[in-house]
Write a protein that binds this ligand. Structure first.
Ligand code: ZN
Length: 69
C-alpha cells in the first residue's frame, strides 16, 4: 500500500497515503495518471527510468500556447 504519485505541477512526490483524501479516492484503480475531479490536481505514476527525450518534451510542452479544446 505504498504507491507514489508525482504532481504534474511542481514535481512534488507523495505516497498515496499522503495524498489529499479526494485525490486518494480518485487514485484507486488508476495505473498511470489521473486528474482529481474534486480539487483539480494532476498526478502521475513516477517513471522508473526517465530518458532525456521525455524531459525535453515536457519542458517544451510548458510553453505551448495552443488551446487544446
Ligand atoms: Zn484532489
Amino acid at each position: 500500500m505504498g504507491r507514489m504519485w508525482v504532481a504534474a505541477i511542481g514535481d512534488e512526490t507523495l505516497y498515496e497515503v499522503d495524498l489529499p483524501s479526494c485525490c486518494r479516492r480518485t487514485a484507486w484503480g488508476v495505473e498511470d495518471s489521473f486528474d482529481c475531479p474534486v480539487c483539480g490536481a494532476e498526478w502521475q505514476a513516477p517513471l522508473p527510468f526517465e530518458p532525456e527525450e521525455c524531459a525535453f518534451v515536457e519542458r517544451s510542452g510548458e510553453g505551448e500556447r495552443k488551446g487544446a479544446a
